[in-house]
Design a protein around this ligand. Structure first.
Ligand code: UDP
Ligand code: MG
Length: 329
C-alpha cells in the first residue's frame, strides 16, 4: 500500500522544516511506502526555497509550485490530481493536525474497510473565540440550509482511498468545497476523533476574506435554499405592502382629514423594498457568477513548476476536466 500525503503551503517558511521532520519520523516508524506532495500556493516567503531543498534531499518529496496564490482548496485539488498512492491523506502544513494520528487513521481505514476516514476535532487549541464561534455557526447553518447533512467539526483533514480519489478526479466543477464534496460522495465514511493542536508557528493564512469565500463556496455549492429565500422574502414583502395599501385606502376613505403627507411611510416602504430587491439580486448574482466561472472553463490553478514528478514539465496548465493531463501515475 502506498500512501500519498497532500500538503498545501502558503507562506509556511516557519513551520516547513519541523513539519517535514515530523511527517518523515511518523512514516519511518510505520515503514510505509509513501510520497509527500507539497503544493506551494504562490508563497512569497522562503517556502519555495525550503521545498526545493527538501525535494533535492528526498525523492519522496514532490513539489508543485503555483504561478500565484489560488487558495487552499485549489492547492489541495492540485495535490489530489497528481498523487499516485492507494490511500491519500489531506493535511495542513502547520502541524495543527498532528501527523502522529495518521497511523491511527490508516488503521481505522483497514479495520472498518472504509473508503473515507474523516478527522473530527475533539478539542481545538489556540484558536480565537471568533474562529470557533464563526465555524460553529457556519457548519450548523450549512446543515440547516443544505439538502444534505454534513458532519460538523470536520475540516479537510481526512484519508481517502483510491476509489474515492478516482471518483473525485472525474468531477469537472471548479468552485470546490472539498469537505462537503467528499461527504456528499457517499461510500463508506467513518469518523476519527483527535485533538487539534495549535499552529506550530506563523500566522493563520486563512484571512477573514478567505473564510468568507470558503463559506460561500459551501453555501452556494450545496444549497439552493438561498434562491428560494428570494421567493419567500418577495411573498412577505408583497403581503406587507398589501396590508399597507389597505390601511392607506382606509384612511383615504374614512379619515381623509387626518392624512398628512406620508413621508415616513414612503421612506420605510422604499427602503424596505429596495433592501429586499438588492438582497435577492445579490443571491442571484452569486449563482450566476458561479455559472459564469464554470462556463469560462478556465483552469482552477496553474502549475509553474514541479519537482520530483516522473514526467518533468516546465509549465503545465492543469485542466482538471474528466481527463486530467496533469495527473501522473
Ligand atoms: N493555505 C494555502 N493557501 C491559502 C491559505 C492557506 O495553501 O491561500 C494552506 C496553509 O499553508 C495551511 C492550510 O492551507 O497549510 C491551512 O491554513 P491555515 O493553517 O492558515 O488555516 P487555519 O488552520 O487557521 O484555518
Ligand atoms: Mg492551521
Amino acid at each position: 500500500m502506498k500512501l500519498s500525503i497532500v500538503i498545501p503551503c502558503y507562506n509556511e517558511q516557519e513551520v516547513l522544516p519541523a513539519s517535514y521532520d515530523r511527517f518523515r519520523a511518523v512514516m519511518a516508524a510505520e515503514g510505509y511506502d509513501y510520497e509527500i506532495i507539497y503544493v506551494d500556493d504562490g508563497s512569497r516567503d522562503r517556502t519555495g526555497e525550503i521545498l526545493a531543498g527538501l525535494a533535492a534531499g528526498d525523492r519522496r518529496v514532490k513539489v508543485l509550485t503555483f504561478s500565484r496564490n489560488f487558495g487552499h482548496q485549489c492547492a489541495v485539488t492540485a495535490g489530489l490530481h497528481n498523487c499516485s498512492g492507494d490511500v491519500v491523506i489531506i493535511i495542513d502544513a502547520d502541524l495543527q493536525d498532528p501527523p502522529e494520528v495518521i497511523p491511527g487513521m490508516v488503521e481505522t481505514w483497514r479495520r472498518e474497510q472504509a473508503n473515507v476516514v474523516y478527522a473530527v476535532r475533539n478539542k481545538r487549541k489556540g484558536e480565537s473565540r471568533f474562529k470557533l464561534w464563526t465555524a460553529k455557526i457556519f457548519y450548523r447553518s450549512l446543515n440547516l440550509l443544505s439538502d444534505f447533512s454534513f458532519p460538523v467539526d470536520t475540516g479537510d483533514f481526512r484519508l481517502i482511498d483510491r476509489q474515492v480519489l478516482d471518483t473525485f478526479l472525474q468531477f469537472p466543477e471548479k468552485h470546490k468545497y472539498l469537505r462537503g464534496l467528499f461527504s456528499w460522495m457517499g461510500y463508506r465514511q467513518v469518523p476519527y476523533y483527535y485533538d487539534r493542536d495549535e499552529r506550530l508557528a506563523g500566522q493563520t493564512k486563512y484571512t477573514l476574506r478567505k473564510m468568507v469565500k470558503l463559506a460561500a463556496a459551501g453555501l452556494f455549492g450545496f444549497s439552493k435554499k438561498p434562491l428560494k429565500l428570494a421567493i419567500s422574502l418577495g411573498v412577505i414583502s408583497v403581503v406587507l405592502s398589501l396590508a399597507i395599501v389597505l390601511w392607506v385606502l382606509y384612511l383615504q376613505i374614512f379619515a381623509a382629514d387626518r392624512i398628512v403627507p406620508g413621508w415616513t411611510s414612503t421612506i420605510i416602504i422604499i427602503l424596505f423594498l429596495g433592501g429586499i430587491q438588492l438582497f435577492t439580486i445579490g443571491i442571484l448574482g452569486e449563482y450566476i457568477g458561479n455559472i459564469y466561472d464554470e462556463t469560462k472553463n478556465r483552469p482552477e490553478y496553474i502549475v509553474a513548476h514541479r519537482l520530483n514528478f516522473d514526467r518533468e514539465a516546465d509549465c503545465t496548465v492543469a485542466r482538471p476536466s474528466t481527463e486530467n493531463p496533469n495527473r501522473q501515475d
